[in-house]
Design a protein. Structure first.
Length: 292
């Protein structure tokens, strides 16, 4: 057991995206500390092969509404309490793609999966006085891929007149990095509101940017002319184990709620993420996505 991680025996930890990258490291650290590990994976046989028989693998593609609902129902049926939820599964999609439910993929996977698990596991989370960690990205504070000069360009989220989340990140004018950043901004925005709702039961909801980490996701972001140098680029980045550290700390160490961290530094997010009207509209639109 890592000396920094408290004893988690008897604790239930749900970690999404545990089959690769940072999620695998987060899951390993929590399991090493004694937690009962649960994950949701779109290829459960492959996931069981990677994670071993002691991990409870629930089948589900987290970009799909029905799969999120079913996975949450299975987890809530098996575990009276959930003590840790790390919404880590995510992706960056270079082209405009719709989920099976007609929602742009960043919105579906990088936001709605986290919202769905936080709300559909509400009972077990409240009973477990859970620590929820959403793995976000500091692209929400600056959507520029090259940042040598000029002012940061935060992600935007304007829900005025939006009647469905299917309207966000449309094909017209699609910029992948901005679409990804908007989804992460949505996760942080909803997280602030849910943190307030869940606080009376001792649940904390925080978000973290893990740093720039050498995982498969990064390969998608390397422009084609630089692809031959992928190996070199990756060596300059944090390792998945290093990237996992802040999420593990937030999931296990006592601390506040409704905060966003750039690695270990508490950091501001765009003002819109704190706007009560935007938060309430986002919760309502997300709720209707899961109830229609
Ligand atoms: N890498 C970075 O520099 C960086 C920076 C900021 C934030 N992040 C965030 O960190 C988190 C982890 O990213 P990573 O870099 O570790 O990525 P990664 O290596 O690509 O791992 C992504 C994980 O998510 C799972 N996943 C993807 N689509 C899924 C789906 N539809 N249903 C269920 N699971 C799905 C993958 O499972 P499969 O095995 O099925 O593919 C995999 O386990 C993401 O939220 C990402 O946005 C990463």
């Amino acid at each position: 057991m890592s000396p920094a991680t408290p004893d988690l025996r008897g604790r239930v930890a749900v970690v999404t995206g545990a089959t690769g990258g940072m999620g695998r490291e987060i899951a390993a650290r929590l399991a090493e500390a004694g937690a009962r590990l649960v994950t949701v994976a779109r290829d459960p046989v492959r996931a069981a092969g990677i994670l071993g028989p002691e991990v409870d693998v629930v089948s589900g593609d987290l970009s799909r509404r029905d799969d999120v609902l079913r996975a949450a129902e299975i987890i809530a049926g098996r575990y009276e309490q959930v003590h840790i939820l790390v919404n880590n599964a995510g992706g960056h999609f270079a082209r405009h793609r719709l989920s099976a439910d007609g929602v742009e993929m960043h919105v579906a996977l990088d936001y709605l999966a986290a919202f769905g698990l936080m709300t559909r596991l509400e009972g077990p989370l409240r009973r477990g006085r859970a620590r929820v960690v959403n793995v976000a990205s500091d692209t929400l504070n600056d959507t520029r891929q090259i940042t040598v000069a000029g002012r940061p360009r935060p992600a935007t989220l304007d829900l005025a007149g939006v009647d469905s989340l299917a309207r966000l990140n449309p094909a017209a004018g699609f910029v992948p990095f901005e679409a990804y950043a908007r989804a992460k901004l949505m996760t942080v925005t909803a997280g602030y509101a849910l943190a307030r709702d869940l606080a009376p039961d001792g649940v904390t909801v925080n978000a973290v940017h893990p740093g720039i980490v050498s995982t498969d996701l990064i390969d998608d972001l390397v422009p084609p002319p630089l692809r031959p140098f992928r190996g070199l680029i990756r060596r300059t980045l944090l390792t998945p184990a290093q990237g996992a550290e802040p999420a593990v700390r937030l999931a296990t160490a006592p601390g506040g709620t409704g905060k966003y961290f750039n690695r270990d530094a508490e950091t501001a997010t765009p003002p819109v993420s704190h706007d009560p009207a935007t938060q309430q509209r986002l919760l309502a639109l997300s709720e209707s996505h899961f109830t229609r």
